[in-house]
Design a protein around this ligand. Sequence first.
Ligand SMILES: [Zn+2]
Length: 315
Amino acid sequence: MNQPAIADLLHPITWPEGFKAAASFTFDVDAESCTIAHDPTSTRRMSLMTHQSYGPKVAVPRLLKILERQDIRATFFIPGFTAESYPDIVRQIVDGGHEVGHHGYLHEPMQGIDAATEASYMDRGLEALAKVAGVRPVGYRAPWWELNWHSPGLLADRGFLYDSSLLDGDAPYRFAVAADDPRDIVEIPVDWTLDDWEQYAFYPGVTGSGVIESPAKVLEMWTLEAEAHHSQGSCFVLTNHPFISGRPSKAVALEQLIERVKGMDGMWVTTMEEIARHTKATVTEIHTHARIDVPVFPGAGAAFTPAAVREGALK
Ligand SMILES: [Zn+2]
C-alpha cells in the first residue's frame, strides 16, 4: 500500500506500512491572546473577552469529548498566556492523550520583529507550558502562521522537531534552518483553505469577512480537500480555533468530517508530532528556502517599489 506522494513531487514521502496518506486535526487555542496582542485595550471589552474565552471554557471540553468518541489524538497549539489563564484546560488536553504545541506567548504579531524579541516570546511560551502542564513541546506554529527568516534557527536552538507555519507544500518535508546553517527541522505545511478562520470568524470591529459560512458548505469543502490529499498521498492538516469551530453546529460538522476522514482507506489520522517524527526518520532530502531579493533595475538607481513606479523612476 505504501506509495510516494504524487501530488507534491517536490516533497515525496512514503507513509508507514498500511497507510497511503496522512491527516491531522489541529486546534489553536488562542482564546483572548490574539485580540489582546492585536489591541491591548480589547481587555476592556467584556463581550469580546467572553467571545474568546468561550474557546477554553466551553468549546475545548466539547471538542475533547468528540475526539474521545472518535478515538483520535489531535494537536493543540497553545499560547503561553492561554495556558496560564486556563491551566486546567491544558491539563485536560494532556490527560486526553493529545499533543500540545507552542503558539507564542501572547500570540504576538511576528512580522518584522528582530530575532532577540522573537526568542523572548518563544522562551516565555515554553516556560508557561512547562509550568502549567509539565510540557516541553516539540512542535511550533507561529501566531498567524508568520515565520521570519530567523525563526527556524531559533526553533533549532530550542530543540524543536517541527514547525507548522509555512505554505509551500502538500506533504511534510525537512529543511535547513538557513542557507548557511545545515541544522534542519521538519515542516508540516498549512493552507488557508483548511483554516476555520476564513470560513467562520466574525466579530464586529475585530475580524472577519462579515460572512459566517454554513457548516454544511464548510464540511463539503474540507471533505473535498481531504479526499484530494487522500487520493494524492499527501497530508491533510486542518487548523481550527475552539472559539470558532467549537460552537454547536460547527462542532457537529467537524465530527462528521472526522468520521469521513477516518473512513478513507489507508488514511493515517494522527498527531503532528507523529507525522514529524516519521518525516525526520524516513526523509533524507533537506530543502533550503531561498530568500527573494528585491530586484534593482540597472540605471534606475532605485529598488523596484510601487512609489518608484509612480514617480517614473523605472522606465
Ligand atoms: Zn493562533
